[in-house]
Write a protein that binds this ligand. Sequence first.
Ligand code: GDP
Length: 392
Amino acid sequence: MGKYTNTRPDWVPEHHDGKFTTSVMSGIDGVKDTTVGNLNPNLAQGARPKMRGMLSVEEYVKGVAEGNRMVLSRAITLIESNSPRHFPKAQRVLQALLPRTGKALRIGITGVPGAGKSTMIEAFGNMLCDAGHRVAVLTVDPTSSVTKGSILGDKTRMGTLSRRENAFIRPSPAGGTLGGVARKSRETMLLCEAAGYDVILIETVGVGQSETTVRSMVDFFLLVVLTGAGDELQGIKKGIMELADAIVINKADGDNLLKAKVARGEYERMIEFLRPATPGWQTHAYLVSAVKKTGLSELWDIIRLFEKTTKENGAFRKRREGQLLDWMNSMIDEHLHNLFFDDPVILGRMPEVRDAVLSGAISPSQGVAELIHIFDVHRAADRHVDLLHPDR
Ligand code: GDP
């Protein structure tokens, strides 16, 4: 059934009663926040907040707006919760903080495992912190799960960056579909912006559609590659290069420097044949050594130039607007789909219609027409009953 499944989308709380959308803004006071804390080493046991009980919406909002990392971390945990009890509260927190969002530069980073992403993010993040920026690092990793571990999250990563006052590192929410992970990461990004982080780095690996998903939530997208373009290219999925606003050839140091320069030429030649990822911006390949910390300030200059160029030519705003609408549309899409496939009347009639299609008694189009008609009538009847009995 492709991307459609018979299950609840991740942005809908588990065990919802189908009315969650109308309860979003009504809120639930006194929801007990029993969720777990951040994995940020900054929040090592000794530094963990004593407030294990609930926070009110106002406390979450105030704490995040003041840049309090412990409260930010707990607010993220709240929005990551799949509990229907937490959903309205999380949305109220988000709603209150929305005016404070949108000002950060959002940068996506992808590359195969071992390309040096975390080493690079650590060096790059430290450099930005030194320059007075506040840097939030998020990961989008659909393989992340509470029990199975993940590609990105298992190692102890970015040790020095995580200890910085100006940095905030949050691993991927665990479990769920990529759509669910993406919804949570998008909202986490907004919370980080509201907390005053002005550079958001979102890291992902090439699993499923994760690169495309991260591309759809960032302004600038960076592809980290290694030398030996011939072999390396095999590992890069077709189309990923077309998403990139810059290609960084990492590990351009020591004996590898010469090979890196050759690789850069090869990538440059390939880029020429690609559509630009961003209108009015020419993607190029750059050399970086995350270990030697070379090429990083040049990379930041490129990103700033990209920001300036795309803000001037309107591509920046256009992309953000498109991303917001796409995000909303995909949630509507998923919600309507689930409304249909979770509908008890549809579930009841589906086998009969499927059999009719399989036996050739009706065409698939007729089968669809039949089911949609049943759905329409049934939903209309529901609405009718609701009007007569508004309390139900
Ligand atoms: P990730 O899986 O993409 O996050 O890659 P890592 O950051 O974990 O790096 C994989 C390996 O490459 C580690 O052993 C790093 O020390 C090494 N590495 C990363 N960047 C560089 C670099 O610029 N130069 C060299 N020589 N090694 C690097």
